[in-house]
Design a protein around this ligand. Structure first.
Ligand code: SF4
Ligand code: SF4
Length: 488
C-alpha cells in the first residue's frame, strides 16, 4: 500500500530531538536504521503516552505473566508447553506428543501457518505490535528500564555523546547489569520450555561438571538475549524475522494496518501561530502539521506518512503521538489510525474478500483434520514386527509358532496395564517373560511375543494376523501382521 503525498515541509518543534529531513522518496533507497554507507544508525525513540500504549502495556503484562508462569503450570502432571527437541518429546496443553505423532504436529504447524496468513491478510502485523515476544520484551521491559535509568530520547542521546564520567559509568553499568540479569532470566525461561523447569533446576543446583551442556545452553541463551535487547533491537524485526518480509505478499488494499490518512493530512505544513484549521484548509493545507512527532517515537525510525513499509511493526506509538498533536491543535484524532487503504481512500469498512475466504476454507479443512486426528489419537501407540532372524517353528503337537517383537508407547502420564489378544485367526498369544504387561507412564517398552496357530487355521505361506491391544477392558489399538508358515 503506497500513498501519494506531497513533498513535506518539515519543521523542528522546540522540544523534539533533531530529526534530519530526508529527501522525498529517499526512504525507498535505504532502511531507516542504516545511513547512506550502510552503517548502523542508533534509534532513540521518544517516550510516548496515550491510549494505545496504555492498552498495550496492560496486554503485555498479561502476556509476560503467561510467558513466565508457563513452565510452572501443569495439567495432569504434565507441563503446559514443552518442546524437547533433544529427546523428541513434546507437550502441548498437557498432552504428550511422541515422534509417532509427527503427522499431527505437521498438521498443527500447517494450521498455524495458514492462520498467520489469514490473520495477516485481514489485520496486517497486529501480532508484531501487540503479542510478539521480541516487541513485548523490547518495548515494555528493556526500553522502559532504559528510560528509567537514562531518561527520554534526548537525554539518552546526550549521555551517549558525553565523555565518560562517574555518572555515565554508573548509568551504563546499571543498565547493562539489569539487561544481562533479565536476559539470563528470559534465557532460563526459554530453556525450561525445552527441558522442563525441574531439569533446569537440577542444572542450576548440581555441580557444573555434571551438566556441562545444559550450562552451555544457559550461557548461550543469556548472551543471545542480551545481544538482541541491548544491541540488535529493531534489527531483529527488519533483518532477521521473515514475517515482516512476508507482509508484502499478504497485505492488500483491504488489510487493516497502522496507516496515515494522507487524504486528510496532505498537504502537510507547519501550523502558524493563531492560524485556524479552516484557514489552513483554505490555504490548501491538510491536518498534518509536519511536527515529526510520529517519526520521533517510532522504534524502527520510519516515517509512517510514506505509506506502509516493511520495517513497521505496527506498534501504534505513532498513533498516540499524532493523537496528542491533534488534541493540541484542536483537530480530531485519528490522522494516523488503524485503517485499510480502501478505508482511507473510499471510506470502505473491512471486507471479507475472496482471498480471505479462500484462505479460511483451507484453514477450516486443516483444522477439521487436526481435530479428527486428535480425537482418534490413541493413548498407546503399538507396533508389531516379526523378530529379526527368526523362522517359524513346528511344535511337537503339530502347531506352528512365530516370534514377534511388540513395541508399545504409553503416551499418558499414568501407568497402564496392557493386554494383547489374538483376534484372528484362532490361536494363542503369549508375552514372553511377563505375566502382565504394565507400561510405565510416558515410556516406551518392547516385548517378545510368541504366537501359535493350528495348521488348520493357517493358509499356505502367509496368514494375516490381527492383534488387539486392550487396557482395563478397553480396546486401544489394532495391529496387523503376517504369520509365516510352510507352503502347501
Ligand atoms: S504526528 Fe501527526 S501531525 Fe505530526 S507529523 Fe506526524 S502525522 Fe503529521
Ligand atoms: S510507523 Fe508507527 S506503528 Fe509502525 S513501527 Fe513506527 S511507530 Fe510503530
Amino acid at each position: 500500500m503506497n500513498q501519494s503525498a506531497t513533498p513535506p515541509e518539515e519543521k523542528k518543534t522546540d522540544n523534539s530531538p533533531p530529526v534530519k529531513t530526508v529527501n522525498w522518496q529517499d526512504f525507498r533507497d535505504h532502511i531507516a536504521t542504516a545511513d547512506q554507507s550502510g552503517g548502523r544508525k542508533w534509534m532513540y525513540p521518544r517516550k510516548v503516552s496515550g491510549r494505545f500504549v496504555r492498552w498495550r502495556t496492560w496486554f503485555s503484562w498479561l502476556l509476560l505473566f503467561i510467558m513466565f508462569a508457563g513452565p510452572f503450570v501443569t495439567i495432569h502432571g504434565n507441563p503446559l508447553l514443552l518442546l524437547n527437541l533433544v529427546e523428541r518429546k513434546f507437550v502441548v496443553l498437557g498432552q504428550i506428543f511422541w515422534p509417532q505423532d509427527m503427522i499431527i504436529f505437521a498438521i498443527a504447524l500447517l494450521v498455524c501457518a495458514v492462520s498467520i496468513v489469514v490473520f495477516t491478510t485481514a489485520f496486517g502485523r497486529l501480532w508484531c505490535g501487540w503479542a510478539c515476544p521480541q516487541t513485548v520484551m523490547m518495548e515494555m521491559v528493556f526500553r522502559k528500564i532504559e528510560y528509567a535509568i537514562e531518561g527520554d530520547a534526548p537525554r539518552q542521546r546526550e549521555l551517549n555523546r558525553a565523555p565518560w564520567s562517574s555518572e555515565k559509568i554508573f548509568k551504563k553499568a546499571l543498565k547493562h547489569a539489569l539487561f544481562f540479569a533479565l536476559s539470563f532470566i528470559v534465557g532460563n525461561i526459554l530453556l525450561s520450555y525445552i527441558i522442563g523447569w525441574r531439569e533446569l533446576w537440577q542444572i542450576i543446583t548440581a555441580p557444573p561438571a555434571r551438566h556441562f551442556v545444559g550450562l552451555g545452553f544457559m550461557t548461550g541463551f543469556s548472551l543471545l538475549f542480551y545481544g538482541i535487547f541491548a544491541r540488535f533491537r529493531e534489527q531483529a524485526c527488519t533483518f532477521i524475522c521473515p514475517y515482516g518480509r512476508l507482509q508484502s505478499l499478504l497485505v492488500d488494499e483491504n488489510t487493516i494496518l497502522v496507516a496515515y490518512d494522507h487524504k486528510r493530512g496532505e498537504k502537510r505544513g507547519p501550523l502558524r501561530r493563531a492560524q485556524k484549521f479552516g484557514e489552513r484548509r483554505y490555504a490548501g493545507f491538510g491536518d498534518c502539521v509536519a511536527c515529526n512527532q510520529c517519526v520521533t517515537v517510532c522504534p524502527t525510525g520510519i516515517d509512517i506518512r510514506n505509506g506502509v513499509q516493511m520495517e513497521c511493526v505496527q506498534c501504534t506509538a505513532c498513533i498516540d503521538a499524532c493523537d496528542a498533536v491533534m488534541d493540541k491543535v484542536g483537530s480530531p484524532r485519528g490522522l494516523i489510525r488503524y485503517a485499510s487503504l480502501n478505508g482511507i481512500e473510499r471510506h470502505e469498512p473491512l471486507r471479507f474478500t475472496p482471498r480471505m475466504a479462500g484462505y479460511t476454507v483451507v484453514l477450516a479443512g486443516l483444522a477439521a483434520a487436526l481435530a479428527l486426528m486428535l480425537f482418534l489419537r490413541s493413548d498407546v501407540e503399538a507396533t508389531v514386527l516379526r523378530a529379526p532372524g527368526s523362522l517359524f517353528q513346528q511344535m511337537p503337537d503339530g502347531r506352528f509358532s512365530n516370534l514377534y517383537t511388540v513395541r508399545l508407547v504409553n503416551k499418558t502420564s499414568r501407568e497402564m496395564p496392557v493386554e494383547l489378544r489374538l483376534e484372528s485367526p484362532a490361536g494363542s498369544l503369549q508375552v514372553m517373560g511377563a505375566g502382565n504387561l504394565v507400561l510405565p507412564s510416558q515410556k516406551a517398552s518392547q516385548s517378545s511375543v510368541l504366537i501359535e496357530l493350528d495348521a488348520s487355521a493357517m493358509k499356505s505361506g502367509t496368514t494375516p494376523l490381527v492383534i488387539d491391544v486392550y487396557s482395563n477392558g478397553k480396546k486401544l489399538d489394532t495391529l496387523k501382521t503376517a504369520f509365516i508358515g510352510p507352503r502347501n
